[in-house]
Design a binder for this molecule. Structure first.
Ligand SMILES: C[S@@+](CC[C@H](N)C(=O)[O-])C[C@H]1O[C@@H](n2cnc3c(N)ncnc32)[C@H](O)[C@@H]1O
Length: 205
Protein backbone atom coordinates (compact mmCIF):
# COMPACT_ATOMS: atom_id res chain seq x y z
CA UNK A 1 0.00 0.00 0.00
CA UNK A 2 1.15 3.49 -0.81
CA UNK A 3 -0.37 6.32 1.20
CA UNK A 4 -0.13 10.11 1.26
CA UNK A 5 -0.48 11.89 4.61
CA UNK A 6 -1.56 15.47 3.90
CA UNK A 7 -0.32 17.76 6.69
CA UNK A 8 2.08 15.21 8.15
CA UNK A 9 3.05 17.56 11.01
CA UNK A 10 6.17 17.74 13.15
CA UNK A 11 5.52 14.35 14.76
CA UNK A 12 5.05 12.40 11.49
CA UNK A 13 2.66 10.22 13.46
CA UNK A 14 0.53 8.56 10.74
CA UNK A 15 3.47 7.50 8.56
CA UNK A 16 5.31 6.16 11.63
CA UNK A 17 2.28 4.09 12.72
CA UNK A 18 1.25 3.03 9.23
CA UNK A 19 4.75 1.93 8.31
CA UNK A 20 5.42 0.16 11.62
CA UNK A 21 2.03 -1.61 11.82
CA UNK A 22 1.24 -2.33 8.17
CA UNK A 23 4.52 -1.78 6.27
CA UNK A 24 2.77 0.82 4.08
CA UNK A 25 4.93 3.19 2.06
CA UNK A 26 4.22 6.84 2.89
CA UNK A 27 4.68 10.27 1.45
CA UNK A 28 4.04 13.00 4.03
CA UNK A 29 3.32 16.57 2.90
CA UNK A 30 3.20 19.85 4.76
CA UNK A 31 3.48 23.58 4.11
CA UNK A 32 5.40 24.16 7.33
CA UNK A 33 9.19 23.92 6.86
CA UNK A 34 9.84 23.53 10.60
CA UNK A 35 7.34 20.68 10.86
CA UNK A 36 8.90 18.97 7.84
CA UNK A 37 12.42 19.36 9.28
CA UNK A 38 11.25 17.75 12.52
CA UNK A 39 9.48 14.91 10.67
CA UNK A 40 12.60 14.35 8.56
CA UNK A 41 14.82 14.16 11.66
CA UNK A 42 12.49 11.50 13.15
CA UNK A 43 12.47 9.49 9.92
CA UNK A 44 16.27 9.61 9.62
CA UNK A 45 16.91 8.82 13.29
CA UNK A 46 14.76 5.70 12.89
CA UNK A 47 16.30 4.77 9.51
CA UNK A 48 12.91 4.83 7.81
CA UNK A 49 13.94 6.76 4.70
CA UNK A 50 12.99 3.87 2.43
CA UNK A 51 9.44 3.70 3.81
CA UNK A 52 8.66 7.35 4.47
CA UNK A 53 9.46 10.33 2.27
CA UNK A 54 8.52 13.94 2.87
CA UNK A 55 7.37 16.55 0.41
CA UNK A 56 6.84 20.25 0.86
CA UNK A 57 3.66 21.84 -0.49
CA UNK A 58 5.40 24.95 -1.81
CA UNK A 59 2.25 27.07 -2.07
CA UNK A 60 0.47 27.97 1.15
CA UNK A 61 -2.65 28.47 -0.99
CA UNK A 62 -2.77 24.86 -2.10
CA UNK A 63 -3.10 21.41 -0.60
CA UNK A 64 -2.94 18.85 -3.44
CA UNK A 65 -2.37 21.09 -6.46
CA UNK A 66 1.25 20.91 -7.57
CA UNK A 67 2.06 18.22 -5.01
CA UNK A 68 1.65 15.00 -6.96
CA UNK A 69 4.08 13.90 -9.67
CA UNK A 70 2.66 12.69 -12.97
CA UNK A 71 3.50 9.06 -12.18
CA UNK A 72 2.33 9.10 -8.52
CA UNK A 73 -0.37 6.62 -7.55
CA UNK A 74 -1.69 6.48 -4.00
CA UNK A 75 -4.02 3.79 -2.68
CA UNK A 76 -5.08 6.13 0.12
CA UNK A 77 -4.66 9.74 1.20
CA UNK A 78 -5.12 10.70 4.87
CA UNK A 79 -5.47 14.06 6.54
CA UNK A 80 -5.90 15.44 10.03
CA UNK A 81 -6.79 18.99 9.00
CA UNK A 82 -6.12 22.15 11.01
CA UNK A 83 -9.44 22.38 12.88
CA UNK A 84 -9.61 25.96 14.21
CA UNK A 85 -10.12 29.22 12.31
CA UNK A 86 -7.65 31.26 14.43
CA UNK A 87 -4.95 30.89 17.07
CA UNK A 88 -7.31 32.46 19.66
CA UNK A 89 -9.97 29.87 18.89
CA UNK A 90 -7.38 27.08 19.16
CA UNK A 91 -6.21 28.39 22.55
CA UNK A 92 -9.78 28.76 23.88
CA UNK A 93 -10.67 25.25 22.73
CA UNK A 94 -7.62 23.88 24.44
CA UNK A 95 -8.32 25.61 27.75
CA UNK A 96 -11.94 24.40 27.66
CA UNK A 97 -10.75 20.83 27.26
CA UNK A 98 -8.29 21.11 30.14
CA UNK A 99 -11.02 22.50 32.40
CA UNK A 100 -13.36 19.69 31.39
CA UNK A 101 -10.63 17.24 32.27
CA UNK A 102 -10.43 18.78 35.74
CA UNK A 103 -6.86 19.86 35.20
CA UNK A 104 -7.38 23.60 35.57
CA UNK A 105 -5.31 24.74 38.52
CA UNK A 106 -5.21 28.51 39.23
CA UNK A 107 -1.69 28.19 40.65
CA UNK A 108 -0.44 26.34 37.64
CA UNK A 109 0.14 27.75 34.21
CA UNK A 110 -2.10 25.90 31.77
CA UNK A 111 -0.54 24.52 28.64
CA UNK A 112 -1.15 26.86 25.73
CA UNK A 113 -2.48 24.07 23.51
CA UNK A 114 -3.47 20.49 24.26
CA UNK A 115 -1.72 19.13 21.21
CA UNK A 116 1.84 18.04 20.69
CA UNK A 117 2.26 20.21 17.63
CA UNK A 118 3.24 23.74 16.77
CA UNK A 119 0.71 26.57 17.16
CA UNK A 120 0.08 26.95 13.45
CA UNK A 121 -0.55 23.22 13.05
CA UNK A 122 -3.97 23.66 14.65
CA UNK A 123 -5.51 26.47 12.69
CA UNK A 124 -5.89 27.88 9.22
CA UNK A 125 -8.00 30.67 7.78
CA UNK A 126 -11.58 29.45 7.52
CA UNK A 127 -10.89 26.49 9.83
CA UNK A 128 -11.67 22.84 9.16
CA UNK A 129 -14.55 23.37 6.75
CA UNK A 130 -12.55 25.62 4.42
CA UNK A 131 -9.56 23.27 4.48
CA UNK A 132 -11.63 20.16 3.75
CA UNK A 133 -13.73 21.74 0.99
CA UNK A 134 -10.53 22.97 -0.66
CA UNK A 135 -9.02 19.49 -0.32
CA UNK A 136 -12.14 18.08 -2.02
CA UNK A 137 -12.05 20.53 -4.91
CA UNK A 138 -8.29 19.94 -5.46
CA UNK A 139 -8.82 16.17 -5.30
CA UNK A 140 -10.86 16.25 -8.55
CA UNK A 141 -7.79 16.94 -10.72
CA UNK A 142 -5.85 13.99 -9.25
CA UNK A 143 -8.90 11.74 -8.89
CA UNK A 144 -7.48 9.12 -11.25
CA UNK A 145 -4.17 8.90 -9.35
CA UNK A 146 -5.76 8.00 -6.01
CA UNK A 147 -8.03 5.12 -5.02
CA UNK A 148 -9.53 6.64 -1.84
CA UNK A 149 -9.12 10.13 -0.36
CA UNK A 150 -9.93 10.53 3.33
CA UNK A 151 -9.93 13.14 6.05
CA UNK A 152 -10.75 13.32 9.73
CA UNK A 153 -13.61 15.72 10.51
CA UNK A 154 -13.64 16.94 14.11
CA UNK A 155 -16.87 18.96 13.97
CA UNK A 156 -20.04 16.95 13.28
CA UNK A 157 -21.76 20.09 11.92
CA UNK A 158 -19.17 20.19 9.13
CA UNK A 159 -20.29 16.82 7.71
CA UNK A 160 -23.41 17.99 5.76
CA UNK A 161 -21.57 20.80 3.89
CA UNK A 162 -18.73 18.36 3.17
CA UNK A 163 -21.24 15.93 1.68
CA UNK A 164 -22.63 18.74 -0.49
CA UNK A 165 -19.09 19.64 -1.66
CA UNK A 166 -18.41 15.98 -2.53
CA UNK A 167 -21.60 15.74 -4.55
CA UNK A 168 -20.71 18.92 -6.45
CA UNK A 169 -17.18 17.59 -7.06
CA UNK A 170 -18.64 14.43 -8.62
CA UNK A 171 -17.34 11.87 -6.11
CA UNK A 172 -18.42 8.39 -7.20
CA UNK A 173 -18.65 6.97 -3.68
CA UNK A 174 -18.61 8.66 -0.26
CA UNK A 175 -18.34 7.10 3.20
CA UNK A 176 -18.78 8.78 6.60
CA UNK A 177 -17.35 6.55 9.32
CA UNK A 178 -18.13 7.46 12.94
CA UNK A 179 -15.49 6.68 15.57
CA UNK A 180 -15.89 6.90 19.34
CA UNK A 181 -12.99 6.92 21.79
CA UNK A 182 -14.13 7.33 25.41
CA UNK A 183 -16.15 10.55 25.52
CA UNK A 184 -14.69 11.77 22.27
CA UNK A 185 -16.80 11.29 19.17
CA UNK A 186 -15.00 11.70 15.91
CA UNK A 187 -15.34 10.61 12.30
CA UNK A 188 -13.61 10.41 8.99
CA UNK A 189 -14.98 11.03 5.53
CA UNK A 190 -13.66 9.07 2.55
CA UNK A 191 -14.38 9.53 -1.15
CA UNK A 192 -13.32 8.14 -4.48
CA UNK A 193 -13.56 9.13 -8.12
CA UNK A 194 -12.96 5.53 -9.19
CA UNK A 195 -15.94 3.60 -10.49
CA UNK A 196 -16.75 0.17 -9.02
CA UNK A 197 -15.08 -1.43 -12.08
CA UNK A 198 -11.94 0.73 -11.72
CA UNK A 199 -11.73 -0.12 -8.00
CA UNK A 200 -11.78 -3.84 -8.86
CA UNK A 201 -8.78 -3.49 -11.19
CA UNK A 202 -6.80 -0.92 -9.13
CA UNK A 203 -4.46 -3.47 -7.55
CA UNK A 204 -4.13 -5.63 -10.66
CA UNK A 205 -0.85 -5.16 -12.53
C1 LIG B 1 -3.77 19.29 12.92
S1 LIG B 1 -2.15 19.25 12.19
C2 LIG B 1 -1.92 17.49 11.92
C3 LIG B 1 -0.48 17.04 12.18
C4 LIG B 1 -0.33 15.51 12.21
N1 LIG B 1 -0.79 14.89 10.97
C5 LIG B 1 -1.10 14.93 13.40
O1 LIG B 1 -2.19 14.38 13.18
O2 LIG B 1 -0.60 15.02 14.51
C6 LIG B 1 -2.43 19.91 10.54
C7 LIG B 1 -1.19 19.98 9.65
O3 LIG B 1 -1.55 20.47 8.36
C8 LIG B 1 -0.51 21.30 7.89
N2 LIG B 1 -1.01 22.12 6.80
C9 LIG B 1 -1.70 23.28 6.86
N3 LIG B 1 -1.98 23.72 5.62
C10 LIG B 1 -1.47 22.79 4.76
C11 LIG B 1 -1.44 22.68 3.33
N4 LIG B 1 -1.99 23.60 2.55
N5 LIG B 1 -0.84 21.58 2.79
C12 LIG B 1 -0.27 20.63 3.58
N6 LIG B 1 -0.27 20.70 4.93
C13 LIG B 1 -0.86 21.77 5.50
C14 LIG B 1 -0.08 22.06 9.11
O4 LIG B 1 1.20 22.66 8.95
C15 LIG B 1 -0.11 20.93 10.14
O5 LIG B 1 1.12 20.26 10.20
Amino acid sequence: MRALDIGVGANCIYPLLGHADYRWQFVGSDIDKVALASAKAIVQANKLDKGITLRQQGSAKHILSGLLKADDRFDLTLCNPPFHASLEEATRGSQRKWRALGKADPKRKLPVLNFGGQNNELWCEGGEIRFVTQLISESVAVGQQVLWFSTLVSKATNVPPIQVALKKAGAVQVRVVEMGQGQKQSRFVAWTFQTEAQQQTWFKP
